[in-house]
Design a protein around this ligand. Structure first.
Ligand SMILES: Cc1cc2nc3c(=O)[nH]c(=O)nc-3n(C[C@H](O)[C@H](O)[C@H](O)COP(=O)(O)O)c2cc1C
Length: 332
């Protein structure tokens, strides 16, 4: 029988357990995207609190692509010393850490697939590889390509009006993500971890979303991706959803993907109780479980589960952490 506290390995990355801190925009970087001491302390606290793998909040890879206050950046080499300090402090506590990257917009505004010329797409693609090189030099264990939640890459998959090689079919819609994957792989060492976060359902067309998600994940797995995090958009953020589960709501989609790919599958979205995750772990091919809001509220939740698996997280999924200053839980 598998347990949530199994020690596992993904390539040479040794993980202390199957819990992942899902990427969470903390709003704690300075105005140019550099990590602050407050942000480093937060990651240190998560690692000390037992989280096996931390995925950072989304980072922007090109200077003018920032769209949220306090987002972290990784658009040139001056970021390396600050991130080295951050990764050292996480590793000191036995944690591992990936940086999540997305190209969300231009000049403070979100963009759509059709807003870019082919030459501009090529610049975006290589900005991910360049970000990965900086991440590797900074001591990150790997990178996560953020292709979920309706941001730029996610829009290529399901909300794409392009008529060229970047739109019009599952293959064309996925092309930019394949090229980003290839660019990162070509520029980094062979043990550098690459994850992708993908929606299984969304607000555009859930049938298409799952169709393209299945295609993309299967192809990325063939290319050698090291992990696929299955997320979605279906009213999940407020904890009251139309799906048939109240917890771990994308489990059926993620289980189906896990049956089709070689790489580990990570499930995100309302993972709340140890017993439910344990049951999913032992009845599907899903290997890891990521949590965002409960760890904003209780960064030491994983250690609490280590001593008592019946602990119920205090998080009530109220989403106040989206608006609270400094992305804090209003109850703490
Ligand atoms: C304050 C906040 C910031 C978030 N920022 C990101 C982000 O930067 N990248 C991302 O992929 N998801 C982000 N998410 C979504 C989470 O990673 C996760 O997919 C979602 O919250 C569902 O997990 P949960 O039910 O454990 O909170 C954010 C969520 C919250 C609450």
């Amino acid at each position: 029988m598998k347990t949530l506290f199994d020690k596992t390995e993904i390539k040479s990355m040794r993980l202390e357990n199957r819990f992942v801190r899902a990427a969470t925009w903390e709003g704690m970087a300075d105005e140019n995207g550099y990590p602050t001491e407050k942000l480093i302390k937060l990651y240190e606290e998560l690692a000390r609190g037992g989280t096996g793998l931390i995925i950072t909040g989304v980072a922007y890879p090109v200077e003018d692509s920032k769209v949220l206050n306090g987002m972290i950046g990784i658009y040139n080499d001056t970021f390396i010393p600050g991130y080295k300090e951050l990764t050292d402090r996480v590793h000191k506590h036995g944690g591992k850490i990936l940086i999540q990257v997305n190209y969300p917009g231009r000049d403070g505004k979100l963009i759509n697939p059709e807003d870019l010329t082919i030459d501009e797409i090529k610049i975006v693609v290589s900005s991910f590889g360049d970000a990965a090189v900086r991440a590797e030099k900074s001591g990150f264990d790997g990178i996560e390509i953020h292709a979920a939640h309706g941001f730029f890459l996610s829009r290529f998959l399901t909300d794409n009006k392009r008529k060229d090689e970047y739109g019009g079919s599952y293959e064309n819609n996925s092309r930019i993500i394949f090229q980003i994957y290839d660019d990162i792989r070509a520029k980094t060492k062979s043990d550098f971890i690459i994850f992708a976060k993908v929606n299984c359902v969304d607000q555009i067309d859930s049938e298409i979303a799952f169709g393209v998600c299945t295609y993309l994940c299967t192809e990325l797995s063939k290319k050698g991706v090291n992990g696929i995090e299955i997320s979605g958009q279906s009213g999940e953020m407020n904890g009251k959803n139309d799906d048939h589960y109240e917890e771990s709501i994308f489990r059926d989609y993620a289980a189906e993907i896990a049956g089709k790919v070689e790489c580990p599958v990570i499930l995100v979205g309302l993972n709340r109780s140890y017993s439910v995750m344990n049951e999913i772990l032992n009845s599907t091919g899903i290997d890891y479980f990521s949590l965002s809001r409960p760890l904003i509220c209780q960064p030491d939740l994983v250690n609490m589960w280590r001593s008592d698996m019946d602990v119920k997280p205090e998080c009530i999924s109220c989403n106040q952490c989206f608006s609270a200053d400094g992305k804090a839980c209003i109850f703490h």
